[in-house]
Design a protein around this ligand. Structure first.
Ligand code: 0PR
Length: 353
C-alpha cells in the first residue's frame, strides 16, 4: 500500500501552518484522547487551557481574559460574531468589516444569518475608517478589523475602528489569527492594550507553533462570552460556550506548551528572523524587476507572471496567489533563508530558460 509521506515543510511557502515546536508536539501526544469540552472529567487538560488563556491574555494585553482554545481562526471568528449578535439581541443584525477580512467571515454570516457589510480598503490595503463609519448603523452588532491580513500582512487602524464601533453601540473584534504572535514585537497598535477592543482571534496553530488544531478566542467582558453558553444538563460542568462539543486536548496542551516555551523571547527571535527574510526576499524580487508589496509583517506579495507561477508549482513549491493574482510568500517559522535562495534560484532558471 502506498503511504503518504509525513508533512515536509521545506517547500511550503504560502501556508499559515508550520512545523510545531518539539515541546508542543510532545504535549500533544500526551493529551490525544482528552476532551477539554468536559473539564470536570479531563481536569489536567482543563488546567492547561487556563494556562493557555492567561498566556494569550498576556500576549494581547488583557489581564483577565475570558474565552477558550478553538479549533482555529474560523471557529473563533464565527463565535465572535455569534457572541456579538446574542449580546445585542437585535432583530436585524449586521457586521461591518473591510474587504481584507478572511473568508471565514462569509461562513459566519451564512451560518448565523447576519448581514455582512464589506467595505473597501485604502491604498495601503488597510480598512478605510471613513467607509466603515459610513456603513455602521443602529443594527451593527460588530465591527471587525484585521491585525495581520491573510493576503498582504497589513494591520488595520484598530483604535480608530474601535472608536467607530463603540460610537455606533457595536462591539469591536480584532482578527489577529495570524499576526498575534508577531505584533507584540512591532510598533503597531493592535491589541487590548492599545484600544478597548471587545474580542480577538489569535491562533496558536499558526505563528504560535502549536499543533493543529489550536485557535484562540478572547473576550474582555464575561457577559459577552456568557451569551454563547448553553446548558449541559448531563455533564458535571453546567454549561459550554464553545462551538464544537468534543475538542482537541492535543491542541490545547500543545498551545500551552508552545507558549510556555517561546513567550516572549522565542517568538521575538522568530519574528526578527522572519521579518529579515521577508525584507530580503522583497529586495531580491524587486532587483529582478518584479512589482512587490513592501512587507510590513513577514509576508511578501509580488506580481509574478502566471507561467512562472505554474512552473514553480510544478517544481514542487507550495505557493498560492492573492485574489488579485499576486504570489504570496508567508515567512512562517519553518521558512529558511536557504529555502528562499533555492526558490529564487529556480525562478532565475525559469527566467533565463
Ligand atoms: N483569520 C485570518 C486572518 C486568517 O489568515 C485565517 C486563515 C483565519 C482567520 C482562519 O483560520 P483557520 O484556517 O485556522 O480556521 N488563513 C489561512 C489562509 O487562508 C488558512 C490556511 C492555513 C490556508 C494553512 C492554507 C494553509 O496551508 O491562508
Amino acid at each position: 500500500m502506498q503511504r503518504a509521506a509525513p508533512q515536509e515543510f521545506d517547500r511550503v511557502l504560502s501556508s499559515m501552518c508550520t512545523r510545531p515546536h518539539p515541546a508542543a508536539r510532545k504535549a500533544a501526544e500526551r493529551f490525544f484522547a482528552t476532551n477539554p469540552g468536559d473539564p470536570a472529567t479531563y481536569q489536567a487538560v482543563a488546567a492547561l487551557e487556563e494556562d493557555a488563556l492567561s498566556y494569550l491574555g498576556e500576549i494581547t494585553g488583557l489581564s483577565a481574559p475570558h474565552g477558550y482554545v478553538t479549533s482555529g481562526g474560523t471557529e473563533a471568528n464565527i463565535q465572535a460574531i455569534r457572541a456579538a449578535r446574542n449580546h445585542a439581541r437585535d432583530g436585524d443584525p449586521n457586521v461591518v468589516a473591510p474587504e481584507s477580512i478572511h473568508f471565514s467571515f462569509q461562513k459566519a454570516a451564512d451560518v448565523l444569518d447576519v448581514e455582512l457589510r464589506i467595505v473597501p480598503v485604502d491604498d495601503g490595503y488597510r480598512a478605510n475608517v471613513a467607509a466603515v463609519r459610513e456603513a455602521v448603523d443602529d443594527h451593527t452588532v460588530l465591527v471587525a478589523g484585521v491585525a495581520g491580513t491573510t493576503e498582504f500582512g497589513r494591520v488595520d487602524p484598530i483604535p480608530e475602528l474601535t472608536a467607530v464601533a463603540h460610537d455606533a453601540g457595536a462591539l469591536m473584534h480584532v482578527d489577529a489569527a495570524w499576526g498575534g504572535f508577531i505584533l507584540p514585537f512591532t510598533d503597531h497598535e493592535w491589541s487590548f492594550a492599545h484600544a478597548p477592543v471587545d474580542s480577538m482571534t489569535i491562533d496558536p496553530h499558526k505563528y504560535g507553533q502549536a499543533v493543529v488544531p489550536a485557535g484562540g478566542l478572547l473576550f474582555r467582558d464575561k457577559s459577552v462570552v456568557d451569551s454563547l453558553a448553553v446548558d449541559t444538563p448531563y455533564l458535571e460542568s453546567a454549561s459550554q460556550a464553545s462551538l464544537t462539543g468534543t475538542r482537541s486536548g492535543a491542541g490545547v496542551a500543545s498551545a500551552a506548551a508552545a507558549m510556555r516555551e517561546l513567550w516572549p523571547d522565542g517568538y521575538r527571535d522568530v519574528y526578527e528572523r522572519q521579518q529579515a527574510n521577508a525584507d530580503w526576499l522583497y529586495d531580491e524580487l524587486r532587483a529582478r524587476g518584479y512589482d512587490a508589496v513592501e512587507p510590513e509583517l513577514p509576508l511578501v506579495a509580488a506580481s509574478v507572471p502566471d507561467g512562472q507561477f505554474e512552473s514553480l508549482r510544478d517544481l514542487g513549491w507550495r505557493i498560492s496567489r492573492t485574489a488579485s493574482g499576486e504570489l504570496r510568500i508567508v515567512c512562517m517559522p519553518h521558512v529558511s533563508r536557504e529555502s528562499l535562495r533555492a526558490f529564487l534560484s529556480d525562478l532565475d532558471d525559469l527566467r533565463s530558460g
